[in-house]
Design a protein around this ligand. Structure first.
Ligand code: FHN
Length: 421
């Protein structure tokens, strides 16, 4: 029996088919180039942070190149930070001067990006920060860059979070009415004292759904909506709410930072990243993988290398990802493997994380598989027991044994495609 997620108001039919998306974290923080939380971590005052605004000029920005790199990796949707916690806006918002059009770059960054990714037939997602460390009415709290500044905290008496909420709703309206169809709205994030009461989340959700029927909303308005969003870890099993499976998406970075971080070196290998994608789909989920573009407007060489490596694998293995989900319970993955399953084609995919020596035993699969092949080159994988002359232990009545080439196929993660009877 194949698990199906609980239905919600958003249209997740394409989402659970496409499985793989690009997250983009881009803003003024690309210039200090030491994490998107640099203003918070270094307690930088607005006046000092202003130098990044004055020098923001991504002259090499080419969203068509970004979209081509994402599509080449096999990504089917993107989610871009329209505004992150620093408060800087990528589009020509009428509600603030703190926007790309007022920097030396002088132009809207968001419409060209949406156009470029749509040209690659990718779905459009907007990340929008609920938190805003620049807006004059956003109060200084324990998370704010000025948290240790007495004068800044005293200034809260003159601030009006109701006015900030109007700004938040107003910019949400701008994003949902100025860019055509928006497929995902990814608000981020809420915590004690800055949550659903402050955002008036129920009303905001109603407005969002009225403006963009079918849109996918995440869970970070403190009211669960269409997708759960585990971050920087891989869930051990299909994510559930109240014991029921839900649509979920793991969001992950290539390195240790969402924003461009020049000197951060914990970049995941292509092998790790491909396994994270497979692992997510094997548990009925999606992977949203993040790039932090540079202050010149480029994906840096490390990001391009990982995207190309994932694309190389997806070129021959995409059908073990797209349209796939967790395998029915009767099929359990053998050791060092993950299973994905396409319920429409009734094909099982065995993703082999550690290549075994000549045999792969699939307990409970006997009599259920009509044909087996390596996905990368469509070469047959024979389904047979060990020849008598090799003797040895019985592998078990319900077990199907696949006979594998000694040498691991020359791909990041080999996949065996099983055609069920
Ligand atoms: O604080 C943000 C962080 O910078 C990043 O945007 C992630 C992405 O999901 N969300 C918040 C941390 O959970």
């Amino acid at each position: 029996m194949t698990l199906h997620p609980v239905p919600t108001d958003g249209d997740t039919s394409w989402f659970v088919r496409d499985r793989f998306g690009l997250f983009i974290h881009w803003g003024l923080y690309a210039l200090p180039a030491r994490h998107e939380w640099v203003k918070n971590q270094e307690r930088i005052a607005d006046a000092d942070y202003e130098k990044y605004f004055r020098h923001f000029d991504p002259d090499l920005y080419d969203p068509a190149a970004w979209a081509a790199a994402a599509a080449g990796a096999g990504m089917k949707y993107f989610v871009v930070t329209t505004k992150h916690h620093e408060g800087f806006c990528l589009w020509d918002s009428e509600l603030t001067d703190y926007k790309a059009t007022n920097t030396p770059y002088g132009k809207d960054l968001l419409h060209p990006m949406v156009d470029a990714f749509r040209a690659q037939n990718m779905k459009v997602g907007f990340y929008h920060s609920l938190i805003d460390w620049h807006h004059p009415d956003y109060t200084v709290d324990h998370v704010h860059p000025m948290r240790d500044n007495e004068a800044a905290r005293a200034g809260n008496a003159q601030k009006d979070m109701g006015r900030y909420r109007e700004y938040l709703w107003g910019q949400s309206r701008e994003l949902l009415t100025g860019f055509g169809k928006v497929d995902i709205l990814w608000y981020d994030f809420s915590y004690e004292g800055k949550g659903k009461e402050q955002w008036q989340s129920e009303g905001l959700i109603q407005m969002v759904r009225q403006l963009q029927p079918g849109i996918i909303l995440n869970d970070r308005l403190q009211i669960d909506q269409d997708i759960k969003t585990p971050e920087q870890y891989q869930p051990r099993e299909w994510v559930k709410v109240d014991g029921k499976p839900v649509v979920w998406e793991a969001c992950q970075t290539f390195s240790g930072s969402w924003g461009y971080y020049r000197d951060e070196e914990s970049w995941k290998s292509v092998d790790q990243l491909v396994r994270m994608l497979i692992d997510s789909v094997s548990k009925g989920g999606n992977l949203l993988l993040n790039v932090g573009p540079t202050g010149r407007g480029e994906f840096d060489y490390r990001a391009l290398d990982r995207l190309a490596g994932m694309g190389e694998w997806m070129k021959r293995h995409a059908r073990s990802i797209y349209g796939c989900t967790q395998a029915p319970d009767e099929f359990q993955a053998p050791q060092d493997c993950r299973l994905t399953y396409n319920p429409e084609t009734r094909r099982l995919y065995v993703h082999v994380f550690a290549w075994p020596f000549v045999e792969l035993h699939l307990d409970g699969f006997a009599g259920k598989v009509e044909y087996a092949q390596l996905l990368n080159d469509a070469s047959e994988i024979k389904m047979e027991g060990r020849p008598d002359w090799q003797g040895g232990h019985d592998v078990g009545a319900g077990t199907l044994t696949l006979r594998l080439p000694v040498k691991k196929p020359n791909v990041t993660v080999p996949v065996i495609e099983l055609f069920l009877k």
